[in-house]
Design a protein around this ligand. Structure first.
Ligand SMILES: *Cc1c(COP(=O)(O)O)cnc(C)c1O
Length: 227
């Protein structure tokens, strides 16, 4: 087995065990392999080992790799910061966008999504810890933002995404993810049909599974350190 296949097996085992502990179906949890700064060959190896979902943060790099991997049957997730002038390529070339952090971006993605493709699945990014260095909506902005984006054709808002501040303490990791789940539940209670919670990275994905994550975005634990 390759190192990547080994890593996938180890990560899957951790996901399955945490899901069982939480009384959840492991099949409801998507492992998004974060392949930013990894070569196309690494994506091929992960695909050969069974993964179908890949996450990229940098548009130019992602488009170049997609060109090289055009024949691969895979779903592509955009997870990085989005500038307005990048929305067209993202709307055309990706299946999911996890990092929508303002209405203008949502509207452009919706308008630019090609009509022959299914609605683009998106998550609203939440800045859980109020960090100046991170993008994302403040928790109190969510109900209003959700109302506005829910009416857009061309995108389908699936849920929330966050990158909590790294915490080493397991209980603290769980608390942060539970907060995001609570914010999602508030929106569901307001009538929004949300089914995705994109949370959990290499250092904290077990806690995320216990708190209800549906999409884990895992890079270095899977591919090794980024170049
Ligand atoms: C890079 C990145 C990840 C993966 O981080 P790892 O710690 O390598 O697992 C997940 N989510 C986002 C938004 C990222 O930019």
């Amino acid at each position: 087995m390759t190192a990547i296949a080994d890593n996938i097996e180890r990560i899957r085992t951790t996901i399955d065990e945490a899901a069982r502990e939480a009384g959840r179906d492991p099949a409801a949890i998507t492992l998004v392999a974060v392949s930013k700064k990894q070569p196309a060959a690494a994506i091929r190896a992960a695909h050969a080992a069974g993964l179908r979902d890949f996450g990229e943060s940098y548009l130019q790099e992602a488009l170049a790799k997609r060109e090289a991997l055009a024949a691969l049957d895979a779903r592509w997730h955009f997870i990085g910061p989005i500038q307005s002038n990048k929305t067209r390529a993202i709307a055309e070339r990706f299946d999911w966008v996890h990092s929508v952090d303002r209405f203008k971006i949502a509207r452009r993605l919706a308008e630019q999504r090609p009509g022959h493709r299914p609605a683009l699945s998106v998550c609203l990014q939440v800045n859980l810890d109020g960090e100046a260095s991170k993008s994302g909506l403040a928790p109190e902005e969510l109900p209003g933002a959700m109302e506005r984006v829910a009416g857009l054709e061309g995108i389908r808002v699936r849920g929330l995404m966050a990158i909590p501040r790294p915490r080493r303490d397991f209980a603290a990791q769980r608390t942060a993810f539970a907060r995001l789940r609570g914010l999602q539940e508030d929106l569901v209670a307001r009538g929004h049909a949300l089914d995705a919670l994109s949370m959990g990275m290499s250092g904290d994905y077990r806690a995320a599974v216990l708190e209800g994550a549906t999409h884990l975005r895992i890079g270095s634990a899977l591919f090794g350190a980024r170049k």
